[in-house]
Design a protein around this ligand. Structure first.
Ligand code: HDE
Length: 719
């Protein structure tokens, strides 16, 4: 052998005594001497076909991918526990919902809908919120979204919706965005979509964190009690940290600078033991009352306003463990709305009915096997016993000759559970088969208007901007105009302001409706509008994000801008106050070199201005120390950091000479007076170093507000 040193097949390659570190093996459990080189005819010769080590390794690698989900491809998950806080024994026989304090293990997967698996976390999109409950009665999957309504009323339109929203089929553009012609063409010809569009153009579609989204089962289910009586139910998740969003400019920047922003945020919060928590709440409608509401309980484009159907908090969800392996758990978890347990049943919602078929079908495509329920993440904790057999990758070892029922040779086992098992609710149906939609599904605008009316002014401004952004990206002027006609059915201010941004006009809603009807007839609309229902007397503050939880800075990210000579006492006081409130504080300096404080100590920066961006933080503080401020004044990125934080309505604090750095930004208009600096909402600070404790207190209160949308002059600031 000419090159003995390079041999790694036991002839000199690195080996380690098995002191806890296992030896490398093949998939057959055979220890491998070494695999740094393939087996060749001489060190420069061709590879040998007999090299089973090479072939096994490369073949396995070649087959590593499974098809990504056709929708909701990008996601992240976590393990946790669901705990009952109010017994549902009077409403359902589901065993896991009976007793206060009862706990059930869960796995939750969050997702975006449209983007591919490698896309970004912050497109404007709906977020999936799917929960697998490992109950003693078997798996219950609550496969929900962060928006309580849906785009369409009937599952048969789902492929059309998704084809329109996904990248256009000829050029595969754009990725993870609805801002293109095909989506808005479909939308303008699908009037039932109107309510959902308002939600999708609201800040709900650009969450600050997955820990700060609501969850909704969207479809109507049934709870069936021990006596067999059923009631309609909707499921909700309410985040303990409140429902919060970023602003659109920020979302786009985060998308480029850290596409894994939400994934990392969820992971790090759990690692820090700041466990995300939600309350589970339900709304219940008695079957006898179903006709007494302005909406049809089977229509997934409608909410049940809380004033009409109050929420009851019944449980608590805590996510307290990150997955061990992304593929094995987050990717391979397989949710199906058809996975219900005794005590939970379906309604006739035609969207839900189609979903009951689609999810099982899509899992067969993803796993190429009907045995995906045997994967560890999908396995129920209750026994699985039936006569289903074989198929690709079967793991269960089914013993004995019997795989059929009825049988006597296995004593009849497994036997029907009868009343102890799942028995479909015996709903009475007396109908003719029709391919049609019920007229009660025809109110496409009443709740869209209700939603719009219940938004605060900043929220309305954001919705107008979102429609304007998306429709400006649409090339077809006729599609833009048709969308404006549709918006005029909701609110003329909304339609008019969007029209102005597009350089178009809208006339009166009646004329618009005539044009729409002509187009809808021409192009074959799915479900033309019928009778509009009146929600004038309904107040629905829950539709706004403004009234959400705003009393905590738990897990908020705060940057402290520092350079050599920074005042140590001010930094310590501010950091201590923020950490006491549960915030995560990071020191950001021009470089990663340790920074010398005024008192001679050093601070190792967490980030440098090369990688730290204001969009990754909820708030920023500038401490005093003349050399520190002088150095930061010379770094354009530091000035930009503050300008951008201001434009994104974030809380900003400064003490002592730190105020000088703020005076070097564009936060004040040219010639603006220092006395005005801290008059703007969310701006706090003082020239007096001794005020740092007071400033920290005001800063904490400001950060808890999340954003200061009443800052009216941000458009002036370059960022
Ligand atoms: Fe889904 N949806 N969906 N969907 N959906 C899927 O199943 C489908 C709908 C939702 O993290 C797919 O496993 C149809 C509503 C979430 O793994 C697929 C219709 C809601 C997830 C599918 C809907 C959802 C999915 C693709 C119209 C909110 C991700 C991959 C009737 C209540 C689950 C998969 C995860 C995933 C079909 C509408 C939520 C193709 C046909 C309404 C959270 O089966």
């Amino acid at each position: 052998m000419s090159n003995e040193q390079d041999r790694d097949d036991g002839g000199g390659g690195a080996t380690r005594d098995a002191g806890g570190c296992p030896d490398l093996t093949t998939n057959q459990g055979v220890k491998v001497g070494g695999d740094n080189n393939s087996l060749k005819a001489g060190p420069r010769g061709p590879t040998q076909l007999e090299d089973f080590i090479l072939r096994e390794k490369i073949t396995h690698f070649d087959h590593e991918r499974i098809p990504e989900r056709v929708v909701h491809a990008r996601g992240e998950g976590a393990h946790g526990t669901f705990e009952v806080t109010q017994s549902l024994a009077d409403l359902t026989a589901a065993k896991f919902l009976q007793k206060v304090g009862q706990k059930t293990k869960v796995f939750v997967r969050f997702s975006t809908v449209i983007g591919e698996r490698g896309s970004t976390d912050l497109p404007r999109d709906v977020r999936g919120f799917a929960t697998k409950f490992y109950t003693e009665d078997g798996i219950f999957d609550l496969v929900g979204n962060n928006i309580p309504v849906f785009f369409i009323q009937d599952a048969v339109k789902f492929p059309d919706l998704i084809h329109a929203a996904k990248p256009e089929q000829d050029k595969a553009i754009p990725q993870a965005a609805t801002a293109h012609d095909t989506f808005w063409d479909f939308a303008s010809l699908t009037p039932e979509i109107t309510h959902m569009l308002l939600w999708a153009m609201s800040d709900r579609a650009i969450p600050r964190s997955l820990r700060m989204i609501e969850g909704f089962g969207v479809n109507t289910f049934r709870l069936v009690d021990a006596k067999g009586q059923a009631r309609f139910v909707k499921f909700h998740w309410k985040p303990r940290l409140g429902t919060h969003a970023v602003v659109w400019d920020e979302a786009q920047k985060i998308g480029g600078k850290n596409p894994d922003y939400h994934r990392l945020d969820l992971w790090q919060a759990i690692e820090r033991k700041q466990f995300p928590e939600w309350d589970m709440a339900i709304q219940v409608i008695e079957e006898k009352d179903e006709a007494s509401f302005p909406f049809d309980v089977l229509d997934a484009t409608k909410v049940w306003p809380e004033q009409l159907v109050p929420l009851q908090k019944v449980g608590r969800l805590v996510l307290d463990r990150n997955p061990d392996n992304f593929f094995d758990e987050t990717e391979q978890v397989a949710f199906c709305p058809s996975h219900v347990v005794p005590g939970i049943d379906f309604s006739d919602d035609p969207l839900l009915q189609g979903r009951l078929f689609s999810y099982l079908d899509t899992q067969l495509n993803r796993f190429q096997s009907p045995n995906f329920h045997e994967l560890p993440i999908n396995r129920p904790v209750s026994a699985v016993d039936n006569n289903q057999r074989e198929g690709f990758m079967r793991h269960a070892l089914d013993k004995g000759p019997v795989a059929y029922s009825p049988n006597s040779l296995a004593k009849g086992c497994p036997f029907h559970a009868g009343v102890r098992g799942f028995n479909t609710y015996p709903e009475k149906i007396d109908a003719s088969k029709v391919r049609a939609r019920h007229p009660r599904f025809g109110d496409h605008f009443g709740q869209a208007e209700l939603f719009w009316r219940n938004q605060t002014d900043p929220e309305k401004r954001h919705i107008i901007s979102a429609f304007s952004f998306e429709l400006s990206k649409v090339q077809s002027v006729s599609v833009r105009k048709r969308m404006l006609d549709l918006l005029s059915q909701v609110d003329m201010t909304l339609a008019g302001r969007v029209a102005a941004n597009l350089g178009l006009t809208v006339d009166d809603p009646n004329a618009a409706m005539k044009r729409l009807q002509t187009d809808w007839t021409t192009y074959g609309v799915t479900s033309p509008p019928g009778q509009r229902r009146d929600y004038a007397n309904v107040k629905a503050p829950e539709l706004s994000m403004f009234y959400t939880v705003k009393d905590t800075i738990l897990s908020r990210q705060v940057a402290i801008l520092i350079a050599d000579g920074v005042d140590g006492a001010q930094v310590d006081a501010m950091k201590a106050a923020l950490v006491a409130g549960g915030a995560v504080v990071e020191f950001v300096a021009p470089t990663l070199r340790p920074v010398k404080r005024s008192d001679g100590k050093t601070i190792t920066p967490d980030k440098s201005l090369q990688t730290a961006e204001s969009v990754f933080y909820d708030a920023v503080y500038v401490p005093g120390g003349p050399p520190s401020v002088a150095a930061l004044k010379k770094v354009g990125k530091a000035i930009h950091f503050l300008n951008e934080a201001y434009v994104h309505y974030k809380s900003i604090a400064a003490t002592d000479e730190g105020v000088d750095l703020l005076m070097s930004t564009s936060i004040l208009p040219p010639g603006g007076k220092e006395a005005d600096l801290f008059k703007a909402p969310g701006m706090v600070g003082s020239r007096a170093p001794a005020d740092v404790a007071k400033v920290a207190q005001q800063f904490t209160a400001a950060i808890a507000q999340h954003r200061h949308f009443d800052r009216v002059d941000v458009a002036r600031v370059p960022a």
